[in-house]
Design a protein around this ligand. Sequence first.
Ligand code: C2E
Ligand code: MG
Ligand code: MG
Ligand code: MG
Length: 282
Amino acid sequence: AAKQSGRNQYTFFSMQMNQALQQRIDILQGVRTSLEQGHFHLEYQPVVDLSNGNIRGAEALLRWQHPERGPISPALFIPIIEESDLIEPVTRWVARQATADLLTLQALQPGFVVSINISGAALHQGSTRDFLTELKHSRQLPDHCLSIELTETSMIRHLDDCRQTLTQWKAAGMNIWIDDFGTGYSSLSYLHQLPIDGIKIDRSFIRELRTDNETSLAATMITMAHSMSLQVVAEGIETEHQRRCLVDLGAGLGQGFGLHRPMRFAALEQLLEAAPVPTPAP
Ligand code: C2E
Ligand code: MG
Ligand code: MG
Ligand code: MG
């Protein structure tokens, strides 16, 4: 009987393994096909000035509308394609679309900033950086209107070449932000060594803002960021209470469902047309 159940267990696990493997294969094949057939689009989530709600820019978020399965979350398929050659063409697709949209947004609101997420794998490929730099030139986009968002883990894994890589991205006129800040690496000392513009505090720390905000981790991160002259975006703001706390703590910028949900480009255009914002004084 033991032998029997053992074999069943083995069959069960190998079935699970096969399923995971099959899912990866399906995703990789599906992404390849969808790139050709145009099943991707971007949504934009506004980044606002927390003190007055003015929109300063937006984060481009990739959306995959699978022809049979419907929408598939980037949190599911990005980690899979990150380990394959596909991360490069996907990143290029995002870059092409986001820079084209940014041209239109710049005309509506000079100084508007669009940020795109760059995986660790793509960050260190000179080809990805060259491609984005070339796009920026050919579309005649000014410096500092294009940001890249990087996660701590993607940088730590390559800390040795990181400083040099980031310096090259900076030299190309791009802003650099650390995404999901606080979730990846406990020591903050490495920030000193890197040419970054700001941190995006992960939404897990914003969710905790309820009562004792002065001693919250978010407060510590904001204080630290300011002491290093870094800008701060608070991610995942869902309530007015959180927004007010963050204004008190001096966070500056924020993003979240409570402010604006990610939206189609046309909706963002409409939003900016309805409430154009003057560029802040330098
Ligand atoms: P992220 O870069 O940290 O993006 C923020 C995520 O938080 C988005 O999820 C957004 O929809 C969600 N979010 C924003 N405000 C709130 C809020 O108030 N509450 C909650 N619960 N969630 C909120 P999304 O679009 O599903 O993206 C997930 C992740 O996928 C992104 O996290 C990013 O790491 C990755 N991703 C998305 N687009 C791209 C891309 O073009 N390239 C790469 N490499 N990664 C991407
Ligand atoms: Mg991001
Ligand atoms: Mg984030
Ligand atoms: Mg995230």
